[in-house]
Design a protein around this ligand. Sequence first.
Ligand code: IPE
Ligand code: IPE
Ligand code: MG
Length: 255
Amino acid sequence: MMNDIKQEIIAAGLPEHVAIIMDGNGRWARQRGLERIYGHKQGVDTVKKVVEAARDIGLKYLTLYTFSIENWNRPRTEVDALMGLMAEAIVRETPELMRQGVRIKVIGHTTDLPAGVWQKISKLIEETAANTGVTLILALSYGARWEILRAARLVAEEYKAGKLENLEHLDELCFNRYLTTAGIPDPDLLVRTSGECRLSNFLLWQCAYTEFYFIDKFWPDFEKDDLYLAIRNFQNRERRFGMTGEQVRTEQNFL
Ligand code: IPE
Ligand code: IPE
Ligand code: MG
């Protein structure tokens, strides 16, 4: 039955970019009387499954909220364990990512990452740069307010240096170029697991017209089919971008 859903969503026209807030690893583990880190370990397996699922349908962009700027405030032992898990997973999964043609990008305040982790990540980015399959964007040490502030600073610097002559020319399209997501289309669909219904400082600018989908499952329990169901749900929505439903439907008729 679920093979059908894959074909069905491909036929209906896929979103170009899906972003996921992978939440609930800690609670998944605690529910089983385990340390939170076991939830994170299990969460890595889900990441593998979801990347494969994205590949299987030919999704162009998949962004995963992997570690937020605020997550640095967690207990040192958990932060260290997470960094260790990431470094391990990168090394272990590089051949498979290459095989699947996945191209890795990273957005976030990466200078805060431990040097060893960043070294492995930059190597992975370099190695996968020419791949043409799914672009997998890892949000690492990412915070949307940090990103927007950074963009504002970059604009100010360019203005001061005379590279930006007229501030009137700074429109939304132009501002996009100063964000960490420059060149990446805005997410069409944002999925958050664990039942929480908040953005937690994720892609505030880019999600202006994104469709949200909240699922009441912890990240380690998330399945390929959950991604497909989220996409099907998205396909049944009407995105109006401020217009009336009638306008949108007439426009579609002209396409
Ligand atoms: C998501 O799971 C992973 C990260 C934020 C790194 P959590 O660790 O937030 O798990 P809960 O939300 O506490 O259950
Ligand atoms: C958001 O989850 C960050 C990631 C999934 C990486 P959190 O668990 O940190 O978010 P809050 O604290 O519940 O808002
Ligand atoms: Mg959480």
